[in-house]
Design a protein around this ligand. Sequence first.
Ligand SMILES: CSC[C@H]1O[C@H](OP(=O)(O)O)[C@H](O)[C@@H]1O
Length: 352
Amino acid sequence: MARIKDIRPLKWTGDSLLLLDQRKLPLKEEWIECKDYECVARAIEEMVVRGAPAIGVVAAYGVVLGAKEVAGETKNFLDFKAKLELIINRLAATRPTAVNLFWALKKMKRIVEAGRTIEDIVAALETEAVNIEQQDVETNKKIGQYGAELLSSREVILTHCNTGALATAGYGTALGVIRAAVEAGKEITVYVDETRPYLQGARLTAWELQQEGIPYYLITDNMAGWLMASGEITCVIVGADRIALNGDTANKIGTYALSVLAKEHGIPFYVAAPTSTFDLSIRSGKEIPIEERAPEEVLFCHCRDCRIAPYGAKVKNPAFDVTPHENITAIITEKGVINSPNEEKILEFFRE
Ligand SMILES: CSC[C@H]1O[C@H](OP(=O)(O)O)[C@H](O)[C@@H]1O
């Protein structure tokens, strides 16, 4: 049985947060050290770290760093809580689509509201952030198990963006399913969408699969349709940034098109995500905020040293799209699988 590595994108030292700089991968493995919450906020905005679960974990540690900073500046309890609220708001303003960010910050906010002394709050926040990180890895392994049980002994899986250890606290969601299937001895080959414009697939997923020795082919995004039509792909597994009550799912731009192609070709289309990615406060994907990122991501190659479009070119750069629940074969979570997801099934799933 294949031995899976324990790739982690972040490390909490007790008074700083080390982040693997994902902008530099796959050619350089460089770490940056965040000693304050503003560094963490910028790391999320500039995609030093990215991926829905990962930014939730990192934001939680950002609150811890902020709390330690403020505790060193003031002994006034109300002043401390007021400043901490501003820090949480700063972290909440980093990226709008992934609901895991707000899920984690809400947990931290509840601790601040319940705390009775500054020391107690700082200690409880650190305990909670460590717990969120550790729980995420366990959650991903459960997602992996449920997902691997859906797969045959031989699969050619197309995946989009990066949903691995680098997008989480470790192990990954869609890539966690692939890891679990490999660990279970299944014959898995992965077709990796490069995922323009930020190239999370080419730069990050390919890097992770290479680290694991899992067979893969890198493809450009516009090859997916033909490879499905040619019968090479046996299923599609993607991650998620926010899932509405009816199962509509926001994920990296290009996911919606994959779902339409998969439906056209009768290929199973799976979403792998923790329950913290569900936003039951919204009834459909129409309400999910879609992040518009800088035009430079489209106008230049990733290293920003070569321009690939004329001066003056106008750019659209939505970082996510929404896949209608009707296109999703099943949503794989750490608490089980929701087949043919819709509002009724999701309400029932969360009621259990
Ligand atoms: C584990 S799901 C990660 C999810 O986040 C990615 O977006 P980004 O790289 O912009 O943070 C992508 O949508 C992935 O599916």
